[in-house]
Write a protein that binds this ligand. Structure first.
Ligand code: G4P
Length: 531
């Protein structure tokens, strides 16, 4: 058993792609699946053309329900590796979702548009990876177009992100003069060929040793000279590659290619699977839980309701941390303090949800959720395991929710409850007499639109949102705190979270600081105190 567990752990890789919208994440994902044999013609995952300019890419995505299922997590097998690819929404208003997803990943691929370099969303997501200390692999995309000089991009990674890079391959030319990439370890040139199929099939790969005669029929003298000069510069002036630095996220292995034409995708995938770590341990309140621990344990990092309109069900996504998950097994649910059956597990292979028999560390499985899971919940064969991995964020935008149709208030409340369990919104109750309408708090303003849209389309509840002028929420603990007396003329309002804990909404930094100075006996917490 132990050795089967070790083998399964060793062959697994779980990662997420982070990028700014339009860098080519969908395209790269398709191509990775193509190589993994999960889809035969790249393009079948694509459903997002329209979402780029829509107010919410999520809404468009919602219209394509099947796609949102597939884009949450995909598993494919490539060269005996079981690969779990976690999707992260590109829009910054969904960054909370992304933070949580990254908690379930062991490595990240940072995708960069060669012409645009490091963009704002790349920067934000990179910071989260940094906080987690996970290895980051860089794929510079769109070399078939003119872009920035590769050395300039390396410099930008260092200046803007503070990470040094180690190019595993090096581009020769770009745009119409793009000849291919030089593989530094193998000392060969992978010759670029778009083959006119727009990358729908795997490309026939041609690799020519740099020291061969043949190379002269591919590269001009000038191109050869430039390449040699570049390589020397990298060899002499660049960093040395070590697994330690890469594993710690201090040095990013860098690759160049063109996802659209498939070019560079296979060499990237091969190197990535070799260099990315197998599933790593996760922190619990009692120390690290290693994947090799024979007892099953995992945590919920995402909940999504109504993924499939035909079923109207709710799925909790659980990352397996240790041991083997076997279909039908029960586990201790640490928050509820009881044993639960982990029902109807499924995995996600391209466009289909498939029932599974077992799962291993690194895998993500979707559990049927009758309403018993929350984001961050720990599930384990042994009692008392509490993971400390999923960050929670304090909302920054607030609004009072009113039902436009009093007869559908119940549906509205049910929808709000479910969406708050998904982590889309946080719900607060007003404490003032007669103020029955709930307040919702979100981390990104776009989530209001999602809320409105989903309540109407999934629960049949039309709502109006009255925005409030608050920008901070703080849970308050301390002696003699009187929630009812704490309100202050639009500068702050006291509310209650779903566990009945009091918190105060503040108008701005000034209002918050003012309260902190006036009440040194109270603590104003960014996160809900543990119950
Ligand atoms: P995203 O998920 O990161 O938002 O990006 P997506 O893959 O949708 O790609 C954004 C645009 O960039 C698409 O073009 C896509 O075809 C293009 N693209 C992706 N990889 C490459 C590449 O290697 N080279 C070039 N030249 N373009 C690339 P679009 O015109 O917006 O849409 P489409 O009609 O091509 O789908």
């Amino acid at each position: 058993m132990a050795s089967e567990l070790q083998q399964e752990v060793a062959r697994r890789r779980t990662f997420a792609i982070i990028s700014h919208p339009d860098a080519g994440k969908t395209t790269l994902t398709e191509k990775l699946l193509l190589y993994g044999g999960a889809i035969h013609l790249a393009g079948s995952v694509k459903a997002k053309r329209a979402r780029r300019h829509a107010t919410s890419d999520w809404m468009e995505l919602e219209k394509e329900r099947g796609i949102s299922v597939t884009s949450s997590v995909l598993q494919f097998v490539y060269r005996d590796h079981a690969v779990n690819l976690l999707d992260t929404p590109g829009h910054q208003d969904f960054s909370e979702d992304t933070y949580r997803t990254l908690a379930a990943a062991d490595a990240a691929v940072m995708l960069i548009d060669a012409a645009k370099g490091v963009e704002p969303q790349t920067k934000k997501l990179f910071k989260v990876c940094r906080m987690r200390g996970i290895p980051i692999f860089t794929f510079v995309n769109k070399l078939d177009r003119y872009g920035r000089a590769p050395l300039e991009l390396m410099d930008e990674l260092e200046q803007v992100l503070g990470i040094r890079s180690y190019p595993m391959n090096w581009p020769i030319g770009m745009g119409p003069e793009f000849r291919g990439v030089y593989d530094r370890r193998a000392n060969v040139v992978h010759v670029f060929s778009a083959e006119g199929n727009h990358g729908e099939k795997e490309v026939a790969e041609r690799s020519v040793p740099l020291d061969s005669e043949e190379i002269h029929s591919i590269l001009s003298e000038q191109e050869m000279a430039q390449l040699r000069e570049d390589i020397e510069l990298l060899d002499v002036g660049g960093d040395e590659f070590t697994r330690e630095k890469s594993d710690a996220g201090l040095l990013t292995p860098m690759f160049f290619g063109s996802a659209m034409t498939n070019f560079g995708v296979r060499p990237f995938l091969d190197a990535f699977l070799e260099l990315a770590p197998p599933p790593t341990a996760r922190l619990t309140k009692d120390g690290l839980r290693e994947p090799s621990c024979p007892k099953f344990a995992g945590f919920v990092f995402k909940i999504q309701a109504n993924m499939d309109p035909a079923h109207r069900d709710r799925i909790a996504f659980m990352r397996v941390v240790s041991g083997r998950y076997v279909k039908g097994m029960s586990a201790h649910h640490s928050r509820l303090g009881k044993e639960v059956r982990l029902a109807k597990p499924s995995q996600f292979l391209a466009a289909e949800r498939t029932a599974i028999e077992d799962a291993w560390p690194g895998d993500v499985i979707g559990l049927f959720d009758p309403g018993q899971y929350r984001i961050g919940d720990s599930l384990a064969e042994d009692a008392g395991v509490v993971f400390d991995t999923v960050p929670r964020f304090s909302p920054e935008y607030f609004a009072v929710v009113r039902s436009k149709d009093p007869l559908r208030r119940k549906q509205m409340e049910k929808g709000l409850e479910q969406l708050s369990e998904e982590g889309t919104v946080q719900i607060f109750q007003q404490l003032q007499m007669g103020m029955k309408d709930p307040i919702v708090g979100v981390v990104g303003a776009l989530q209001f639109e999602v809320l409105q849209y989903r309540l109407e389309h999934e629960y049949g509840a039309k709502i109006a949102l009255d925005r409030l002028p608050f920008s901070h929420a703080r849970w308050v603990v301390g002696p003699n705190f009187d929630p009812k007396a704490f309100d202050w003329e639009g500068n702050r309002q006291t509310v209650q979270d779903r566990d009945g804990l009091p918190l105060v909404l503040f108008r701005d930094d000034w209002a918050l600081q003012h309260a902190e100075q006036k009440h040194p006996e109270l603590k104003f917490l960014n996160e809900a105190p543990q119950l």
